[in-house]
Design a protein around this ligand. Structure first.
Ligand SMILES: CC(C)(COP(=O)(O)OP(=O)(O)OC[C@H]1O[C@@H](n2cnc3c(N)ncnc32)[C@H](O)[C@@H]1OP(=O)(O)O)[C@@H](O)C(=O)NCCC(=O)NCCS
Length: 178
């Protein structure tokens, strides 16, 4: 087992506070799952509220079962700006993946970068992970830029079983702490 403990329920970055995702966050998830500017880079299609409800249930169980998952982040006005966190990769066995989504009104302010760096700190310092990966569609330039700004290194481009192309980046604990 790679991790030694559970991730904290609350996390603070320079501009944001994050709290462990819970059933209270359904409205937020319905909002982002219903926004094609976001959905195009995730499932590829708008999700129904029922699909969001099911996804939220999986996220809540993931925390309970694996001791990590997504935090929902608020700014100083207590407005939700997005989510991000660490999870066992469903695509790469044995790997822990970082993921992030920022609501379009908040794009371009460095918030995804801030969240990703905070997730790395938890992953490497609290969970004692040796490596964290990130996966994106090749055309998702903003997401790839976040990975690069956070010190991740491009590793490979591959095809999923459904024939969709994706790129994988990674950062090792020794690279992060250097
Ligand atoms: C990807 C995402 C989380 C980035 O959030 P963000 O808070 O705007 O990210 P940051 O501000 O930290 O960094 C974005 C970087 O991408 C750059 N960028 C934005 N659009 C770009 C484009 N079309 N081409 C190249 N770079 C681009 C920005 O300039 C910035 O880089 P810089 O700081 O060097 O100028 C946000 O766009 C999002 O939620 N997208 C939809 C969901 C998604 O794709 N999630 C990731 C799935 S892998």
């Amino acid at each position: 087992m790679q991790e030694s403990t559970a991730a904290p329920d609350a996390i603070v970055t320079r501009r944001l506070t994050g709290c462990r995702v819970s059933a209270d966050h359904l409205d937020y998830l319905v909002e982002v799952d219903g926004d094609m500017r976001i959905a195009q880079w995730l499932s590829g299609e708008i999700q129904s509220p029922e699909q969001s409800r099911a996804r939220l249930g999986r996220w809540v169980r993931m925390w309970e079962e694996t001791g990590k998952g997504f935090w929902i982040f608020q700014d100083s006005d207590r407005s939700i700006v997005g989510h991000g966190g660490l999870f066992d990769s469903p695509r790469e066995a044995g790997e822990v993946e970082v993921g992030y989504v920022i609501k379009p009104a908040y794009w371009g302010r460095g918030l995804a970068t801030e969240i990703t760096m905070a997730a790395f700190k938890v992953g490497f310092e609290s969970l004692d992970l040796q490596r964290i990966i990130a996966i994106a569609q090749p055309a998702n330039a903003p997401s790839r830029r976040v990975m690069e700004k956070c010190g991740m290194i491009f590793e490979t481009e591959s095809l999923s079983p459904k024939g969709l192309s994706s790129v994988r980046y990674a950062i090792a604990k020794e690279m992060w702490s250097a």
